[in-house]
Write a protein that binds this ligand. Sequence first.
Ligand code: SME
Length: 161
Amino acid sequence: MAEELIIPADTDRAGAYKALIPQIAALIEDESDLTANLANIAGALKQAFDFFWVGFYIAKEGQLVLGPYQGPIACTRIPFHKGVCGASYSRKETIIVPDVEQFPGHIACSSASKSEIVLPVFHRNDTVAMVLDVDSDELDDFSQADADGLNKILRMLEKKL
Ligand code: SME
């Protein structure tokens, strides 16, 4: 297992994902424990990009329940229909929110969070197992490059579910 992440300093975000993806593949490939893999994916994304908050909300008990994450303390339970996480869960879609104040029903776990991207993670039967929530303290911080890079990481994770 790799002991440190290597991300070229002179690359754009798409280039950083390109460097990061094989390293995350190596981190999770020999580990069968889901919590360990979610924790290391959150850790790798925080370390590579220094996002304000990055972590998983897992679908269980009829709600989205806080899972492994990196960042400040957060809301523990989100109803399936609430906030950006709930919208991503129920629409089964990646959602990019350039300005959280413009998103009806956004759940403000922290007033420092300004923009976010939330992506669903699917079971083999196409139900949503969890969502990955990434929050930035800058407005309009996420683009298609994040959607593409993060979705590639989540497709690797789905193979371990
Ligand atoms: N941003 C989320 C809430 C979770 S916290 O920001 C960690 C939402 O509105 O779904």
